[in-house]
Write a protein that binds this ligand. Structure first.
Ligand code: 0A1
Ligand code: ZN
Length: 863
């Protein structure tokens, strides 16, 4: 809670901690409302003589404190709400503290808390300080031994590393002792205690060691962990093959918990997962869930090297582990599921979340230079743009030099807490290139715009392309540098033949002109292939060129991108009151041809069928009028649905019935295509189409189909929709993960009554604001995924969101803060809406007792 104006933490203030904590012994006496934690730290001075020992500690009731067994008197230390300071300490000593904490009262879900009657922890970024007094910063690495004692009802007692000892105790209690041989920062500490079922397997590493794998889940749910376990084994193998990284302990454990603020956490040897990202069966998980489970299991596992073995010196370096690990998980998913489709999905997500963030007042550098609460920086910019930077590094240096640089990084910094500078230095050294200018990608916020203009000289058979870049000012960064931007370019003939293969042009200054000789005919330019840099591209190409690319670009990303560009142009023309009906027919026809291509992958066709999202469209206009965008997009959907109605129905029919469920990419692609057809058919809701959609929903055996049907029925509305919603609820009311989806699909209700429905759902017996999954399904689902209804001209949507932020901030600031973003872009909206958004932000900011988390974001949004 706020007592005074909080002071920002700055990168430039970094100082090493003046002590080393060689070993950390923790002893837990677990009890739901009064857990005792005894910590014995072996401390050695490494900094200047006379420096006091300052430890972080919050919400801890100190019971005793001693140095080398001698209790300290109250005048020998100073204690406030945030730290414990001992002014005079020897150069080497053992500090023992005993504290009491209350896990059952911990609704912020940081530190030690209860979920489903079990104890669990979340320590990243700064949760460990609510468990015991400690230098809770990532550059203090220590070897941990952890003794856990609890009632036998808490059957499994888990922590990091290897199990050393376990046994029974009098009074119905038992204990376990764990030792983690690898020094680690406190944020990687974890503890779990409770009744769980376990699914076990093993993995033989490349050097022949056998690693035991255990996935712990709610009793009765072990079969739902099979996919995650399989994904884990594939990740372990892939990391050996792709990056030469071998697992280092004899045991790797994953635990699923239902109450978790984020997705999952890479604690050493004991990953903790939000159950929504671990449990999957065909009836209870969609294909998107399977994809996410595969990539998040991989992500957390890959952190073992990029994050755990080599960690961050301070939290400003967060992208060092996150950007690199996202890059690694995206590369894994591309290998598992097909590079083009994966790339399209990754770029869609980047644009939806990161480009939006970069375009508003919450824009920040991938490596920021100050913060109030680091929790607020677990953002799309640090994760996704951080991954794009690594990808560009690979594109610029080439795969071989990139791998050599990464190998050097692993060899040189293993066991360290390091910086982005040290990381980049490895690549500069390995490649012999000067990467000084490249570093600006880490320090500069905002999405660069690149413009491409060309001159074709038919007589001389030359093509000149000029690329120019510009980045608009962002808060605190009025002047922007030119960045090195790799632009991958290929050339096609008007009939779609390839004229030139891809080559990478590196735009290093403000602008650059490159020439191609011997170009015998006027080419169609395919630029930024594979989305080679996180920029927005404008070109002087004729609209007709986009149809050539849409039909024939061998780069599938750009083929998809051409279709999106055409659709974007048509929708925005309509939204601006100048519909291009001829163009719309032509687009529908081209889409129909693409759908008939027997060589194209169904997953790719499904992506072609999805029009740019309303959020994506909003990024292309200024000011944004969400209602106009929504209507225009709906109108194009309807036109396509009418034009392609028969074809969509035919494809839908042909994609039905693939026998036994398989989560593999090809089967998921078929389901994606049939659901994309259903989604479009709902835009032309005549009786036959409605019947097809109802049939699709009722026949669904996989959740992907049931959700596709339900979502389409929400677009149709009326009695078929209400009947389906009621049936779905009756069937799944006891399955929390499926019920979350029942809430989120209704949050996206496109009808005028959406807010009424959402408000009613906040009073539903199954709604629980204390559970982040359920809360986000409804509230974030509405605010982020239903722009037309969230931006209701009355401002009621904004008021609803602000009320929810304030209500949840009272007990879970991290979850509350993540809801500020939808109001953050207020300056980009038409003034009537922007003013209402700003007013709600002001109301939030002025609320008494606001958390630092929400205060920081609301203030930045209003700046
Ligand atoms: N390091 C995790 C992300 C994470 C961060 C904070 C959390 O606290 C609630 C939880 C998870 C990852 O990248 O997966
Ligand atoms: Zn991560």
């Amino acid at each position: 809670m706020r007592t005074e104006t909080p002071q920002p933490i700055r990168l430039s203030d970094y100082r090493p901690f003046p002590f080393e904590i060689e070993t950390t012994q923790l002893s837990f006496q677990l009890a739901a409302s009064a857990t005792r934690v005894t910590a014995t730290l072996k401390v050695r001075r490494t900094g200047a003589a006379g420096e006091p020992l300052a430890l972080n500690g919050e919400r801890l009731a100190l019971k005793s404190i001693a140095i080398d067994g001698q209790a300290l008197g109250a005048n020998q230390y100073a204690l406030d709400d945030e730290r414990l300071v001992i002014a005079e300490v020897p150069d080497a000593f053992e500090l023992t503290t005993e504290v009491e904490i209350d896990p059952s009262a911990n609704k912020a879900l940081m530190g030690l808390y209860m979920s489903g009657g079990r104890f669990c922890t979340q320590c990243e970024a700064e949760g460990f300080r609510t468990i015991t007094f400690f230098p809770d910063r990532p550059d203090v690495l220590s070897r941990y031994t952890v003794r856990i004692e609890a009632d036998q009802a808490f059957e499994h007692l888990l922590s990091n590393g290897n199990l050393m000892e376990a046994g029974q105790l009098p009074g119905g209690r038992h204990f376990a002792v764990w030792n983690d041989p690898f020094p680690k920062p406190a944020y990687l500490f974890a503890l779990v205690a409770g009744r769980l079922d376990v699914l076990e397997d093993s993995f033989v590493t490349m050097s022949g060691r056998t690693v035991a794998l255990k996935v712990f889940v709610d009793p009765g749910q072990a079969s739902r962990a099979a996919y995650a376990l399989d994904a884990l084994k594939r990740s372990m193998k892939w990391d050996e093959e792709a990056f030469g990284r071998e697992y280092d302990l004899d045991l790797f454990m994953i635990v699923a918990v239902r109450d978790f603020n984020f997705g999952a956490m890479e604690n050493k040897g004991l990953n903790i997962f939000n159950s929504s990202l671990l449990l999957a069966e065909p009836e209870t998980a969609t294909d998107f869930d399977y994809e996410r489970i595969e990539s998040v299991v991989a992500h957390e596992y890959f952190h073992n090297w990029t994050g755990n073995r080599i960690t961050c010196r301070d939290w400003f370096q967060l992208c060092l582990k996150e950007g690199l690990t996202v890059f690694r998980d995206q590369s894994f998913s591309a290998d598992m599921r097909g590079a083009a489709v994966q790339r399209i999905k990754d770029v869609k997500a980047l644009r939806a979340r990161q480009f939006a963030e970069d375009a508003g007042p919450l824009a920040h550098a991938v490596r920021p230079s100050s913060y109030l609460k680091i929790d607020n920086f677990y953002t799309a910019t640090i994760y996704e743009k951080g991954a794009e930077i690594i990808r560009m590094l690979k594109t610029i240096l080439g795969a071989d030099a990139f791998r050599t640089g990464l190998d050097l990084y692993f060899a040189r910094h293993d066991g360290e807490a390091t910086t982005v500078e040290a990381f980049i230095a490895c690549f500069a050294e390995a490649s012999g290139r000067d990467l000084t200018a490249f570093f600006a990608w880490y320090e500069q916020a905002g999405t660069p715009s690149v413009s491409l203009t060309h001159v074709y000289d038919a007589a001389a058979e030359t093509l000149s392309i000029t690329l120019a870049q510009k980045t608009a000012p962002t808060s605190g960064q009025p002047v922007k540098k030119a960045l090195p931007i790799p632009v991958t370019i290929g050339l096609l003939a008007q009939d779609g033949r390839a004229l030139r293969d891809s080559e990478v042009v590196l735009l290093e200054g403000e602008s650059l002109t490159v020439r191609w000789e011997g170009v015998e005919e006027a080419p169609v330019i395919s630029a930024l292939r594979g989305f080679s840099a996180p920029v927005t591209l404008t070109t002087d190409a004729r609209p007709a060129d986009a149809y050539v690319l849409f039909a024939a670009d061998p780069d599938l990303f750009n083929r998809w991108e051409a279709g999106q560009g055409l659709a974007r142009g048509l929708i925005l023309a309509r939204a601006a009151g100048a519909p291009d009906e001829v163009g719309e027919e032509r687009y529908a026809q081209a889409l129909g041809q693409a759908l008939d291509d027997p060589a194209a992958d169904p997953a790719f066709k499904a992506l072609l069928l999805a029009l740019p999202s309303e959020g994506d469209l909003a990024l292309a206009v200024d000011p944004v009028d969400p209602a106009a965008i929504h209507e225009a997009r709906d109108a194009l959907r309807a036109r396509i649905a009418v034009h392609l109605g028969e074809q969509l129905s035919r494809i839908h029919g042909a994609m039905q019935g693939d026998g036994e469920f398989s989560p593999d990419a090809a089967s998921a692609g078929r389901r994606a295509l049939r659901n994309a057809c259903v989604d479009l058919l709902a835009a032309d809701p005549h009786a036959e189409n409605v019947q097809r959609i109802v049939g699709h929903f009722e026949a669904a055996s996989a959740l992907t189909d049931a959700m596709g049907g339900l979502s389409a029925l929400l677009a149709v509305g009326g009695e078929p929709c209400e009947t389906a919603l009621a049936a779905f609820h009756a069937k799944w009311r006891h399955e929390p993960l499926v019920l979350d989806k029942w809430f989120s699909v209704q949050a996206r209700d496109p009808s005028d009554d959406a807010l009424k429905r959402v408000l009613a759902l906040t009073r539903h017996a199954d709604f629980d604001a204390g559970n982040p999954n359920r809360f986000r399904a409804l509230v974030q689902g509405f605010a982020s995924a239903n722009p037309a209804r969230f931006h209701d001209p009355s401002g009621a949507g904004y008021r609803f969101l602000a009320d929810q932020i304030l209500a949840v901030d009272g007990f879970n600031p991290m979850t509350a803060a993540r809801l500020v973003e939808p109001l953050g872009g207020w300056r980009r909206y038409v003034p009537a809406l922007g003013d209402l958004m700003r007013r709600e932000l002001e109301r939030v900011k002025a609320a008494p007792g606001l958390s630092k988390n929400v205060l920081e974001l609301a203030s930045r949004a209003l700046d």
